[in-house]
Design a protein around this ligand. Structure first.
Ligand code: ZN
Length: 239
């Protein structure tokens, strides 16, 4: 009996451990290039627009399948990974550049943050930290709504990406959060765990996340409210 109980407890411990995502992974404070769960896209057949991009292995495998099937259907239409994992330091440099440029013009911290947040995340709150999310071919809505090649690509992505586990995080018809992004696709089986963990930590111990976020303007904006809006207001298919 004692033995059975011991194994039950052991099993429970491992299950719980496996489900817990460390905080540093949740907010991108790690190096994807040296993480054993990540793979360099340069070592896959996926076309990329720059070297040195990484994804979680399972995500890269599933994306490769999608890419291969897309190429069978549309050999002459570009399907290129233009962004994959971005860690905190990388996202912080994006944020800082936009902040410096926009704050000069707007001279108001909340307005500056709001303007950046149309398309870019606060460091520590991006789905790109998770190694589950990619941007495909273009980061311009015009490409997907005006360009004939972009229209075909978007139509295919909408119809087929769920077969490989991907959802369009920032779709049309949400109440808040980022503008629609036709290019941004998320590997739901893993990303949903990150999202659930983010919610859990923000509810139970928000300081543990918030204290880590010290990007430009962090103390002049309603950080908690913005996290709730921009991290949680995503396509229900991604939950
Ligand atoms: Zn993206």
């Amino acid at each position: 009996m004692k033995k059975i109980l011991f194994f039950l407890l052991l099993n429970l411990t491992f299950t719980t451990m496996a489900e817990t995502i460390p905080l540093n992974k949740l907010i991108g404070q790690f190096n994807e290039k040296t993480d054993p769960n990540f793979v360099a896209l340069d070592s896959t057949i996926l076309p990329v627009n720059k070297p040195g991009m990484y994804l979680q292995k399972e995500v890269a495998d599933q994306l490769t399948k999608a890419y291969q099937d897309f190429k069978i259907a549309h050999p002459n239409i570009p399907f290129i990974v233009v962004s994959a994992t971005r860690n905190y330091a990388y996202q912080n440099s994006i944020w800082q550049n936009k902040w410096d440029r926009l704050f000069k013009k707007l001279k108001n911290e909340p307005k500056t943050a709001q303007e950046i947040l149309k398309y870019s995340s606060m460091p520590g709150t991006s789905r790109h930290h998770w190694g589950t999310d990619v941007d495909i071919t273009s980061v311009s809505s015009d490409y997907f709504t005006q360009d004939p090649k972009g229209k075909i690509l978007f139509q295919w992505l909408q119809t087929n990406m769920s077969k490989y586990g991907f959802c369009q995080s920032f779709n049309h018809g949400r109440k808040g959060g980022y503008q629609p992004e036709e290019w941004h696709w998320s590997y739901q089986p893993i990303a949903k765990k990150f999202l659930a963990q983010y919610k859990k930590i923000l509810a139970s111990n928000e300081k543990s996340i918030i204290n880590q976020l010290t990007f430009a303007g962090y103390n002049k904006i309603k950080l908690r409210d913005l996290i709730e809006e921009y991290v949680f207001d995503v396509n229900p298919d991604c939950y």
